[in-house]
Design a binder for this molecule. Structure first.
Ligand code: ARG
Length: 279
């Protein structure tokens, strides 16, 4: 499929990079425990709606030519749909996740085994970390968060495993408990983020490194608008995050809106459902 984007003088021609991702169908999705402020086990969830919404994300990726791998969902692991937490994959190496809460711990080995069958070299982690939920690659640098789920020791481990610069950031707002809920990578040098989710030192660091970053409003952050996936040209994101969408479009990207309202009940959006596989 060919998509043509009108290029105005204000926008720069963006180039889509080939992408490969791993996803997990929400076959067993529900909210049966509470490990983040979004989750209310007393409220019902609709598994069929979750699956239909997830399918729109899957189809959007396929339409954009993104290569999508699937991992089999396991019964009793309702959060397994949030594939981003399954590890961090770069340079053909899969650094395994070690989840903070017992409810999700079995996901770690399940994802690492699957990543090995996909041909990645498995590196089990010694430190608590929730994969690409807290680690995001921007160009050659890995932005890594601590504060709620991943420990700072994991940042040092990451630097060793991948031989890259790792920038440690600290999250301070429990509603934005994973880095990918508060910060989005649009291309090798462009990010968008919600400054209030970070402590002061992290905010200073982000300002210094990314002076041109898009700053999201609380409204857009609160519908997990930053929890998006970009191929460098197309940006798949929450359709509810209107202002952020406009700003991203104004930078010459082409946004594709999806509605994952049911998966938001577990505290996750587009990016949470997506683990990038980098050879
Ligand atoms: N219920 C899941 C948890 O709290 C949601 C994970 C969202 N994933 C993400 N990459 N932010 O662990």
């Amino acid at each position: 499929m060919t998509i043509t984007v009108p290029v105005t003088s204000a926008s720069k021609e963006r180039v889509a990079q080939p992408k490969r991702v791993l996803m997990c169908r929400p076959t067993h999705f529900t909210v049966s425990y509470r490990i983040n402020p979004w989750m209310f086990p007393e409220n019902p969830t609709d598994q069929r709606l979750a699956e239909a919404q997830w399918q729109t994300l899957y189809d959007a990726y396929r339409d954009l030519g993104i290569d999508v791998e699937l991992i089999d969902p396991l019964p009793g692991l309702p959060d397994m749909v949030y594939a981003a937490n399954g590890g961090f994959v770069l340079d053909g190496i899969a650094y395994g996740a070690r989840f903070r809460y017992p409810e999700r711990q079995p996901e770690g080995p399940a994802y690492l085994d699957h990543l090995e069958t996909l041909g990645f070299t498995p590196r089990p982690a010694a430190s608590l970390n929730e994969g690409e939920g807290d680690f995001l690659l921007v160009g050659d640098v890995i932005l890594a968060a601590s504060g709620f789920r991943s420990d700072e020791e994991a940042h040092a481990e990451l630097a060793k495993v991948f031989g890259r610069e790792v920038v440690s950031l600290r999250l301070i707002n429990p509603s934005f408990y994973h880095l990918d809920t508060a910060l989005a990578v649009l291309d090798d040098e462009t990010i968008a983020y919600f400054p209030e989710a970070f402590d002061e030192a992290s905010r200073d660091e982000l300002e210094r490194r990314f002076p041109d970053a898009i700053r999201a409003t609380e409204e857009d952050a609160a519908v997990l608008g930053l929890n998006l996936f970009s191929d460098g040209r197309h940006v798949v994101m929450a359709e509810q995050a209107g202002t952020l969408r406009q700003e991203i479009d104004a930078r010459g990207f082409q946004t594709v809106g999806v509605n994952l309202s049911e998966l938001l009940l577990g505290g996750g959006g587009v990016k949470c459902c997506t683990l990038e596989l980098r050879s």
